[in-house]
Design a protein around this ligand. Sequence first.
Ligand code: TYM
Length: 332
Amino acid sequence: MTRRILSGIQPTGNLHLGNYLGAIQQWVPLQQVAECIFFIVDSHAITVPQDPKQLQANIRRTAATYLACGIDPERSIIFAQSSVPAHAELAWIFNCITPLGWLQRMTQFKEKSASQKEGACLGLLAYPVLQAADILLYHPQAVPVGEDQKQHLELTRDIALLFNRLVGHDYFALPEPLITAQGARIMSLRDGTKKMSKSDSSEASRIELTDTADAIAHKVRRAKSDADLIHAEHIENRPELANLLAILALLTGQTLDQTIEPYIGKGFSALKEALIEALVSIIIPIGEKTEALQQDAAYLDAILIKGQKAANVIAHATLMDVKERMGLWVKP
Ligand code: TYM
């Protein structure tokens, strides 16, 4: 049984439909069955240049979005990563045992470092080590994420094994990635072979959780499609169709077969109109709640401070265990 789960999102720009369907939509029901820790991954965000004022505003905005999506601060621990110093401290210890080659092979490092004109910073290379610390500090059984985080989760498990071997016993249990079949990889609306992403220069490629109904309608109507009528066969060869169907299925809670059925033999427009309706009914209330919560900075701060205290207790205890096992100085 899963007793504790943990996950986080970077506070860079507005969250989008990929973040929602890949991660947050899984988090909400998990609150009924597990102790949940959801944090705002601000220390990870600064591995690429950020405007400090914007980043600070985005931390609260991300907290507001978590709440607007249904994360309950009475049930779940919500905090900002940088407010719990054990993350950086454990990451340093893991930095000292993780082979460089493991990090140089990471897909995200290769992609992000290539896009940095001034060259990548050391933090970008060490990014997955910090992520391993984020996770292992809390001993979660599972980590609900989208598919792009799978490689980082595998590295987390490898670091846990390395540490266990070093100290001679199974101190860290190995956390499992929780990745849903359909929400794993929501694709760009402009190119069904590319992941929906905050860093895509085209805003039309993604639905943001604060988009207006008009913006949603405009983006979906303009979404790339193909010239064929809709058939149930060979959807895997039609990435744009597969993506629109997967999104609609996830939003309505139907299976793929149920989702496609009314559109068989038709063009894309009826499917797109149904998708607009489903998106508007789910995204608009989230955007409105996010905006309302944003007005109450004191409330958001109080939640983040309460979360920080609760997270710190768990994280500090793990850090002390690790320091002791590594032979570092621990207050007697
Ligand atoms: P981030 O901020 O890039 O993404 C947050 C979550 O959204 C998921 N996601 C998607 N899922 C489906 N389709 C998409 N197009 C899509 N785009 C994003 C991501 O898989 C993720 O679950 N390194 C992490 C943050 C992190 C973290 C952690 C996560 C740091 N420490 C510890 C879990 C546990 C990241 O950059 O996510």
